[in-house]
Design a protein around this ligand. Sequence first.
Ligand code: GUN
Length: 282
Amino acid sequence: MAMIIDGKAISGQIREEIKEKVTGFISKYGKAPSLTVIIVGEDPASQVYVRNKARACEQVGIRSEVIRLPEDTDESSLVSLIEKLNGESGVNGILVQLPLPRGIDEKKIILAIDPKKDVDAFCYENVGRILTGDYDLLPCTPAGVMELLRRSGIEVCGKDCVVVGRSNIVGKPMAALLMHKNGTVTVCHSKTADLASHTRRADIIVAAVGKPGFITADMIKEGAVLIDVGINRTADGKLKGDIDFDGCFEKAAAITPVPGGVGPMTVTMLLQNTLKAAEKQI
Ligand code: GUN
């Protein structure tokens, strides 16, 4: 029977620690770290995410501002806004919520953000730093996964780690962070031949594919640690991860639930990045 890794509880604990550090930052420098979030258009999921990010900032004492722009905002005015925020000393972190409306080149927007304020760690400089291990800001979801493992006492060193999914936001940086902790990492994806032959060998599986219940009990080995990054909304409106939680529960050693696993950690790592960015900028 698996230990359930309670991301909500671990997240709450880290937020308390961040709150204390923010209080210390304010008494030392006379101002709070600050995050500016830009959202373009009306995507309902993005609206929820942005609201959660702003609320989490408020909870730990980070000042946040949400800039809402209409769907028909053009690329050059968005770049100009980012350049203006890059120059403002009162803005420590800048996050542009993705996806952006069609017609705006996401890459151009991400690269317009000053790397020191890039709290998503999406720009080329920060990605390069992640790969070489010379980083300050870590991508929020993979960083959240590492923190869940660490705080659950799960050792990565020497373990067979299989990351399912190779996105720039999760899969690729996840593989880098696991390697930094001396895991032996395999990255699988939609073109992998015989995926189960890889996952069945894994001590730790990180699933980030975006398909509900994709990893089933027959694909894991007894005693595996299962980390579920997937957040899929099913037809009946429920949230379901990429891992078949009920099917794998008996066989796994540890498993993250959805919701309440990796999700809360992502926002918590954003808070940590904002504080780190502010400390670096002082
Ligand atoms: N949209 C979905 N996930 C993310 C994220 O981590 N950062 C940003 N900026 N947008 C997202």
